[in-house]
Design a protein around this ligand. Structure first.
Ligand SMILES: [Zn+2]
Length: 150
């Protein structure tokens, strides 16, 4: 997750308030920041989900704000660990994020089976979308790795 920048320095994690079309303020967007050359980018694992969210945001009416961690499972886990965890190294942070993602995936899979048992199609779709947020990879050879419920 905390890869190296093109300049060779390892990224730091931080969170940003992103203004979208001067209409929507999206808080707590996880970003990678290079401490050396100050290059900054949204966490690559979130780019697809962020794009989909922006496409769906209503842009009429009054400007408004939202918290990205309410909309994305991975952002929620990363933010919780970043703000609450005792870990003090980037490696320990990555390990904790991975462990929490694995635990959350297991919980969601349990829920998925419950939803399947009661035949609640829309609940299943919601869980699938959340699982995809946790398992979506940056593309490998142009192919998006997708979660497929067994
Ligand atoms: Zn750099």
């Amino acid at each position: 997750m905390l890869e190296h920048c093109n300049c060779g320095q390892r990224y730091d994690l931080d969170f940003r308030l992103v203004d979208y079309k001067k209409h929507v303020s999206i808080d707590n967007v996880p970003v990678l920041i290079c401490p050396k050359c100050e290059h900054e980018q949204i966490l690559p694992q979130l780019k697809g989900d962020m794009g989909a969210l922006l496409r769906d945001l209503p842009l009429d009416g009054e400007p408004y704000g939202l918290d990205y961690t309410d909309f994305n499972e991975l952002a929620h886990i990363v933010y919780t660990i970043f703000t609450c965890s005792e870990v003090d190294t980037k490696d320990a942070l990555e390990v904790e994020v991975k462990e929490n993602c694995a635990a959350r995936i297991n919980t969601l899979l349990d829920l998925y089976h419950c939803a399947n048992d009661v035949g609640d199609r829309s609940w299943m779709e919601e869980i699938e979308a959340r699982l995809a947020q946790l398992t979506e990879q940056t593309s490998v050879n142009g192919q998006k790795a997708r979660f497929s419920p067994a």
